[in-house]
Design a protein around this ligand. Structure first.
Ligand SMILES: *[C@@H]1O[C@H](CO)[C@@H](O)[C@H](O)[C@H]1NC(C)=O
Ligand SMILES: *[C@@H]1O[C@H](CO)[C@@H](O)[C@H](O)[C@H]1NC(C)=O
Length: 361
């Protein structure tokens, strides 16, 4: 005990003298586990402190770091997790993370990043999780992510990206989750997603896509969750989801001003569990939609046309424990009635249980 408090006193005395020495905890920071974790949260830092090669986690959240220069983390070769949220970062220089060959987690959320120079992410070959949401990114240079051959999650929500062009994701061949919600994407060039054909989760909601990007989507093979909510898209074309139809479980198409599904829109879709199409202008569901696998369905806020074309929906409702809200807008005799209560389907051929019941017993 005495020895350790003596040591502590010596360290405190020497503290100012050895400040910046990689073998000591930087003065405004807290360190744990023999410098394994260095926490400099909201510590008034203006530049990146020097830390030990032994450090695994560096938390610099809420310091005004401004720009990230080349090689600014040069001596921190052991880092696995780097937290740089809320640091007012505007620009990432080329080779900003030089030497961080073990880094797995990089958090750059909620900065003011608008410029990422070519080579910004060089050396990050082990990086698996990259968070860039809540920034001002409007251009993604071709190949900017290419050093990150192990990237699994790329979080780019809430930026100003206007389009995805060919080569933007080149090299990131293991990418599984791609979050692009809340951007300004109005175009995804055919081929733009060719490099990330193993995407499982693709979030494109709250963008400006006015046509379904069939040419780029058709390269994807294993998408399980797709969100397109709040894009101003009037129609979903034939075969929209075909290339990943056996995998797609969750589809969000709400609040789009959607008017129509092509009849073959859901061709090849066989595993869908959750479908959300509320607050659109659709009147009918397409013949290609197989409702038998659905366990979560949202239909409200659409002007449903309660004719025999919708009989398969009614049949599904009669056998399902779910009671999704869906109100008929037409024909006039049915207006305002719930699809599940409407008498409009009683004469549809072999379609509803209630109609069949009468025939049985
Ligand atoms: C988007 O990012 C801006 C700027 O970083 C932030 O102020 C805003 O709260 C974020 N919005 C959402 C929905 O996260
Ligand atoms: C259905 O999906 C919505 C939207 O994702 C979700 O909020 C809700 O919890 C789900 N309901 C069930 C019963 O899983």
């Amino acid at each position: 005990m005495e020895g350790s408090s003596l040591l502590l006193a010596v360290v405190c005395l020497l503290g100012p003298l050895v400040q910046g020495s990689p073998s000591q905890c930087p003065s405004p920071c807290h360190c744990h586990g023999d410098l394994l974790h260095v926490i400099c949260y909201n510590a008034g830092l203006k530049k990146i402190p020097q830390i030990s090669e032994a450090t695994r986690l560096l938390n610099l959240q809420e310091n005004s770091l401004g720009n990230l220069p080349s090689g600014g983390f040069g001596e921190m070769k052991g880092l696995i997790s780097l937290h740089l949220q809320h640091c007012k970062i505007q620009e990432i220089a080329g080779q900003a993370f030089k030497g961080l060959k073990k880094l797995v987690y990089l958090y750059l959320s909620n900065n003011e990043i608008s410029v990422m120079r070519p080579g910004a992410f060089e050396d990050l070959t082990m990086l698996t999780y990259l968070y860039l949401d809540g920034n001002r990114i409007s251009t993604l240079a071709k190949g900017i992510f290419s050093p990150m051959v192990n990237l699994f999650i790329l979080q780019l929500n809430n930026n100003s990206i206007p389009e995805l062009s060919v080569g933007v994701f080149s090299g990131a061949k293991d990418l599984r989750w791609l979050h692009l919600s809340d951007n300004k994407i109005n175009s995804i060039q055919p081929g733009a997603l060719d490099d990330v054909e193993n995407l499982a989760i693709l979030h494109l909601d709250r963008n400006k896509l006015s046509t379904y990007p069939t040419g780029s989507m058709s390269k994807l093979r294993v998408v399980e969750e797709l969100t397109l909510s709040r894009n101003p898209m009037a129609t979903i074309p034939d075969n929209a989801f075909r290339s990943f139809g056996r995998y797609m479980e969750r589809l969000y198409l709400d609040n789009m001003g959607l008017q129509k599904f092509s009849d073959g829109a859901f061709s090849g879709v066989t595993a869908l569990k959750s479908l959300h199409i509320q607050n659109n202008k659709v009147k009918n569901l397409p013949g290609s939609l197989d409702l038998s696998t659905i366990t979560n369905l949202t239909l409200s806020g659409n002007p449903w046309s309660c004719t025999c074309q919708l009989a398969s929906l009614r049949k599904w409702m009669d056998t399902s424990r779910l009671r999704p809200d869906a109100v008929c807008a037409a024909p006039s005799t049915q207006r305002g009635k719930q699809v599940r209560d409407s008498a409009a389907f009683s004469r549809c051929k072999g379609k509803t249980r209630r109609a069949n019941k009468g025939l049985r017993h």
